[in-house]
Ligand binder design. Structure first.
Ligand SMILES: *Cc1c(COP(=O)(O)O)cnc(C)c1O
Length: 415
């Protein structure tokens, strides 16, 4: 019956189902990103900037955001861009990687990562991951190195510090390879008392809407090397700001995302907000990017209104990360009780648990309704392919293939 009502009721469908559920005393469906760190105070910041467009292209707030992030992260230099992927492009440029070079990266990643290399003419070689932390498996790394290999990209997926961190750094050092750290999931994770991203040559962080903290779209490139920073600054200075239509949309997305995914009454408000903000909604990865095509607006740096949201988010990032760690402990207990393997926390590391990943039976990834029924949560299923979400062929990555089929992730924030 619910199916036939859907097209008829359109926008009011969720409200209708939820009202029926309320009447029957059943739990209602909360639309969820399970990672939404936007609150009312972020909405206030967004509205303030929407009222005053005069200082949108003034750089002071951006500089303040970069300085604060660098300080918080324990890094020497930080540059704010309009996405983690753009920050990665800045890293690639700053490291002097050139057309025809090869980079080794995990065969379990987001499509925008290989894209950034391809846009620079660099060949991507995929290496398998381990199943303890879903990081690059160091034991498979050396055999992928050729005379053309110039860099290796490691990641700390789901907020876990990667198992072979130091070994990868050692191998890279031995072969003279540059190391880029993908910290898109792990802003705030620590290893041996330092934040991750400070161990390789350069690293990047993401503040996309599903990440550790959010500016809807956004990213930060970081380095502790003055020479690399000098080159990064060149990329940064050449990058343009997004136009005011884009900034306007992004600020409206802050408001929309709060009401649709965080507000207490979102089960009721969400659909209306979607209708109201229909023309303003932004998507993180377009269909063309999924096909490996460079969007025309690619490569922008961050303007002040967005940096202002970032500054507000930085105030709360430690609070939310503590919440993630606290909820992860509950999932640890659940794993122990139900016979699933807990994700590994490597010695001397403090993860941040963007999500809590586990390997489950294939059927449980194909149909995740069990989690809502049994646990009251919506599980994430990314990554659904080796080069998520694209179906690009990757061969010889057995553990990555297994994760694609069997790794689901639990939310780690109270929703
Ligand atoms: C999200 C993500 C990125 C890119 O970040 P954006 O800010 O969306 O460009 C890079 N790597 C991984 C693993 C990601 O999940």
């Amino acid at each position: 019956m619910r199916k036939t009502f859907k097209p008829l009721l359109g926008i009011g469908y969720n409200q209708f189902i939820n009202v029926v559920k309320l009447i029957h005393g059943e739990p209602i469906n909360y639309p969820s990103f399970s990672s939404m760190t936007l609150d009312k105070d972020d909405v206030i910041v967004a509205k303030k900037w929407l009222r005053n467009k005069k200082t949108w292209y003034d750089c002071n707030t951006v500089e303040e955001y970069e300085k604060k992030f660098a300080l918080w992260n324990g890094s020497k230099h930080a540059f704010a861009f309009m996405g983690g992927r753009i920050a990665l492009s800045a890293c690639i440029y700053a490291l002097g990687l050139k057309e025809g070079d090869e980079v080794i990266l995990p065969g379990y990643t987001c499509v925008v990562v290989p894209n950034a290399f391809h846009f620079a003419g660099i060949k991507t070689i995929y290496c398998d991951i381990e199943l303890d932390t879903y990081g690059l498996d160091a034991s498979q790394l050396e055999c992928k190195i050729t005379p053309k290999t110039k860099a290796v990209l490691l990641h700390h997926l789901y907020g876990l510090v990667c198992r072979d961190y130091e070994i990868i750094l050692e191998i890279a050092n031995k072969y003279g390879l540059k190391v880029i750290e993908d910290c898109a999931h792990s802003t705030g994770a620590e290893y041996k008392g330092k934040k991750v991203g400070n161990f390789g040559d350069t690293s990047f962080y993401s503040s996309e809407q599903s990440k550790i903290f959010t500016t809807i779209q956004g990213g930060m490139a970081v380095t502790n090397d003055d020479k690399i920073a000098e080159k990064m600054k060149k990329y940064y200075n050449n990058a343009m700001f997004p136009d005011d239509e884009w900034i306007d949309k992004q600020l409206h997305n802050v408001i929309y995302n709060y009401y649709a995914y965080k507000h207490r009454k979102r089960w009721f408000l969400g659909d209306f907000m979607k209708l109201l903000y229909k023309k303003k909604l932004l998507i993180s990865t377009t269909k063309e990017e999924e096909c490996g095509i460079k969007p025309t607006y690619y490569g922008k740096r961050m303007p002040s209104p967005i940096a202002s949201i970032g500054l507000n988010q930085l105030e709360k990032i430690d609070y939310y990360n503590e919440q993630r760690r606290y909820i992860a402990k509950k999932w640890d207990k659940w794993c122990e009780k139900n016979g699933y393997k807990k994700p590994m926390v490597i010695p001397y590391s403090i993860p941040v648990y963007l999500r809590y990943p586990i390997i489950v039976e294939e059927e449980k990834k194909q149909d995740t309704s069990w989690a809502l029924r049994e646990l009251g949560v919506q599980v994430g299923i990314w990554f659904v392919s080796n080069i998520h979400p694209s179906a690009w062929p990757v061969t010889g990555c057995i553990n990555a293939d297994k994760s694609v089929k069997q790794c689901v992730n639990f939310p780690c924030l109270l929703s």
